[in-house]
Design a protein around this ligand. Sequence first.
Ligand code: PMV
Length: 348
Amino acid sequence: MQSNNLIFSYDMSKQFTAIAHPNIALIKYWGKRDSKLNLPAVGSISITLRDLFTKTSVEFDDQLTQDEMTLAGKLPDASDIKRVTEFLDLVRAQAKTTTFAHVISETNFPAQAGLASSASGFAALALASTRAAGLKLSKNELSILARRGSGSAARSLYGGFVEMKRGNTDDGIHDIAVQIHDEHYWPLDILVLITSEEKKSISSRDGMNLTRDTSPYYSAWVSSIDQDLRDMRNALAQKDFETVGEISEFNCLKMHSLIFSARPGIIYWNETTLALIQKIRELRSNGLSVFFTVDAGPQVKAICLPNHADRIERGLRTIPGIKKIIKTKLGPGAYLEHKNTALCPPAI
Ligand code: PMV
């Protein structure tokens, strides 16, 4: 172990545990301008969810001859091992160590099914692994690192309403997440409607590459997002629920139209996804304040004003095919468990 190279004087044999919550995008990240550094082609805006989480413990151990990991209570498959090991290599390079690590990670929701488990997973891994390696990164540095694991992971470092910036330089130092409003700014209810617990057929990463390479609509998507971001920032600043919902649904359907138009087209939805979207629109036309969004999977998220949430939930329960409903609110950014302090805010 090369403890003389450590930036901080933590004991590297110590286990660090971090908790991070997934986020759902109101303005979607879809497309990479650089696959190696995982630089987004577009900015995005998300909300962090309170009641879903990933909890990850990391301990570096110089007795190990490779990284050892348990993810979601199971031994991971080869592609997960590769992804986590490559991420830990980035941490090792920064900490100037070659020591391998034990990683134990669990989530309280279905992983890899379009519920942003990679967002909470890599946010928690970034925080726990850097601390365990003796690094104490700034918020921006942590955001840049988390992004290498998963583009949306940078957003899960923060609570509330979060924007992921699309930078303009090749090194990615400006492709960072920033908090727009914290989780107390606007109490909204979110119903996460789980319609399938299966792993999705194609990962976001592969889906993005296929879309960029084959969809005739890709450049129109990329060039239209700055306007959506501006409109969404303004609507959030005014707490204008109707406009936030209108922009969010527009952006969501635009992303899925883009994804449908890849070759071969990718369909993340199932019949319950579509039935729920239609039901949400029907409930809204009956005077209830609700809008939907769907990420790269079949799950639907209904965002509601709290005084309407119970009636919206009763209406949605009439749709067959829902496996589970999780009712939640906006939640905090990633934090270290043993210190029980929020990471962002306050400062790391
Ligand atoms: O962070 P990734 O690579 O899992 O991609 C996330 C893609 C979407 O969930 C569809 C959109 C988003 O902004 O979260």
